[in-house]
Design a protein around this ligand. Structure first.
Ligand SMILES: Cc1ncc(C[n+]2csc(CCOP(=O)(O)OP(=O)(O)O)c2C)c(N)n1
Ligand SMILES: [Mg+2]
Length: 571
């Protein structure tokens, strides 16, 4: 029988049918009927302490579990707080549905207390943003929203006035959410062009981005056939940067010399699902071929010789049988040897002394050794992301999530909450900055309340360190970057965590083992060196001069000790 339901119940039925398992948020006034509908459904409600955390967590689950995930807020400031987390999800292409509950529709447009125009606000943070103005629209809008999030990959915002959420309406049981998985690849003529252009290359480098994430094996076979080094973007670390004898890591600010040189020195660059943004790192002369599932990306970052639309996996599957295997491997071997040196150098951090501050590199290398082979990592924007990208090793099961496109602080701990909720059986580790953790620290309580046994490693350098180093490399003496943190151990213990502080390198390994072995939420507060230089692979003369200029100014300003400690820490 076709029973009448209220609009809130219809929303939740549509979401359940579209695969939603969890909804993160904070309840309140205009959201109450939606809350009741969730309570009666199979969808879990995860009670965060800040709506931004809710959106970060939903985005992390949506991306890594690859399923539609919901977050919700009350009217006005409640749903307004979602915005930064929604930007993060949108930029990551994570299928998230945000339920922005709204004042009763009769008050809209009158400047009523708590009124916020979500239609205007969320236009830029979403691929779909609609308000429900009549109960008869509701089911269609909810279905469209879910379908948009899943098929266009991004955030769909449904604005739901409170009075409408309570109204009864007849549901159409035949309505459903569609999310098929088509295969996309270039046509035969384009494949021939691709093949011919590749054949002309003598020194080919493959640059694989997030669009190659399901094409790991095809990329390896391509590299084997072409004897081409494989460089990957930071976002493709966990999907491409493992089990690949041709891999040489990354270029760009977080990259290494081998990755940098291989891209700069090639005569043919194959961009596979790769929209790397910084044009300085592209080669000046090479023939650039780009394959992307989204035609709007072609030639966006750098002029290209050939641009093709296709999924990387399907395109390579069609291309590979046409390519013969090359023998010439001088170009490949040169860059593999250079990468080998980079890796050996990074092992030098493994024997620290107790009278020196703890290098973040050493911390991440130990974490890498002791974390589970299936661990899910998140890392905060700031220096944590750099050390995590450089020193965590991936294996096809591990995943790493960082705010690499939106670039927001405070992403790591909230994203870890979402991953732990989505994958209760897996180890989830947040690599947090002291600045990043403090920003949404109230949500430590969410781990406690929702029984989410996340592990947090804090790189506690008493500084907004990434910015401090930016300032120094611009020749400035640092300003406004000091952090007076209080005691993260006590704060975390107060929030129901097991916590420890480590300030000596010799205590670190045991500290990490204890952290990872703890069954509940746990935090390791590690006092790390604030003077560790995040050196890009191509340090320019300008950077060096600026650092020297900083040194001179700093000595004049009585900061000579800082210079000496920076030099010592980087020896
Ligand atoms: C929301 C937000 N505010 C400010 C910034 C600018 N920013 C980038 S990194 C950073 C410092 C991060 O400090 P912390 O979390 O302590 O990490 P550290 O670099 O010290 O290891 C700042 C202020 C940002 N990216 N996002
Ligand atoms: Mg810091």
């Amino acid at each position: 029988m076709n029973k009448n339901k209220n609009v809130a119940q219809i929303l939740i039925e549509v979401l359940q049918q579209a695969g939603v398992k969890n909804c993160y948020g904070i309840i309140g006034d205009t959201l109450n009927f939606v809350g009741k509908a969730i309570e009666k459904s199979d969808i879990n409600w995860i009670h965060t302490r800040h709506e931004e955390t809710a959106a970060f967590a939903a985005g992390a689950e949506a991306l890594i579990a690859d399923r539609l995930t919901a977050c919700a807020g009350s009217c006005g400031p409640g749903s307004l707080h979602l915005i930064n987390g929604l930007y993060e999800a949108q930029r990551n292409g994570a299928p998230v549905i945000a339920i922005a509950s709204q004042l009763n529709s009769e008050f809209l447009g009158t400047g009523f207390p708590q009124e916020v125009n979500f239609l205007k606000l969320y236009q830029n943070a979403s691929i779909f943003c609609q308000e429900v103005n009549d109960p008869a629209q509701a089911q269609r809008i909810f279905t469209q929203a879910a379908q948009a999030a899943l098929n266009k990959r991004g955030v769909a915002v449904v604005i739901l006035p409170s009075n409408i959420s309570q109204m009864e309406v007849k549901a159409n049981p035949a309505s459903r959410v569609w999310a098929p998985q088509p295969v996309l690849r270039p046509n035969e003529h384009e494949l021939t062009q691709l093949h011919q252009l590749i054949d002309q290359g003598k020194k080919i480098t493959i640059y694989a981005g997030i669009g190659s994430r399901d094409a790991h094996d095809e990329v390896v076979v391509l590299a084997e056939k072409l004897k081409a080094p494989v460089v990957h973007t930071s976002r493709a670390s966990d999907s491409i940067g493992y089990a690949n004898p041709y891999q040489i890591g990354m270029t760009g600010m977080f990259g290494n010399k081998a990755g940098y040189d291989a891209v700069k020195e090639c005569d043919t660059l194959l961009l596979l699902g790769c929209g790397f943004a910084w044009s300085d790192f592209y080669p000046e002369q090479a023939t650039i071929i780009q394959i992307d599932h989204d035609g709007t990306q072609l030639g966006l970052r750098h002029p290209i010789e050939l641009g093709l639309i296709g999924d990387v996996k399907a395109t390579l599957q069609a291309l590979l049988p046409q390519l013969s295997t090359r023998d010439e491997r001088a170009f490949l071997d040169k860059h593999l040897a250079s990468y080998q040196k980079v890796q050996e150098k990074s092992k030098s951090y493994l024997h620290p002394k107790d009278d020196q501050p703890i290098h973040p590199q050493y911390l991440i290398q130990l974490l890498d050794q002791h974390a589970s082979p299936e661990a899910l990592f998140t890392a905060d924007v700031g220096s944590p992301m750099v050390w995590a990208l450089r020193h965590l090793s991936m294996n096809g099961q591990r995943r790493i999530l960082i705010s690499l496109k939106h670039g927001t602080m405070a992403n790591a701990m909230p994203q870890a909450l979402g991953l732990q909720q989505a994958f209760p059986e897996r180890q989830v580790v947040s690599i947090s900055g002291d600045g990043g953790l403090a920003m949404l620290m109230g949500d430590l309580l969410t781990a406690h309340q929702e029984n989410l046994p996340i592990k947090i490693v804090v790189l506690n350098n008493s500084s907004l360190n990434f910015v401090e180093l930016e300032q120094k490399s611009e020749g400035l003496v640092e300003c406004f970057v000091d952090l007076k943190n209080g005691d993260f151990k006590t704060i975390a213990e107060g929030a129901g965590f097991y916590a420890q502080t480590i300030s000596k390198a010799s205590d670190l390994e045991t500290g990490i083992k204890n952290l990872l072995a703890h069954s509940g939420p746990a935090l390791l507060n590690v006092i790390t060196s604030p003077n560790e230089l995040v050196v890009p692979p191509n340090v320019t003369m300008e950077n060096v001069t600026n650092m020297a200029w900083y040194g001179t100014q700093a000595i004049f300003q009585g900061k000579g000790k800082d210079i000496i400690s920076m030099i010592k820490d980087n020896l």
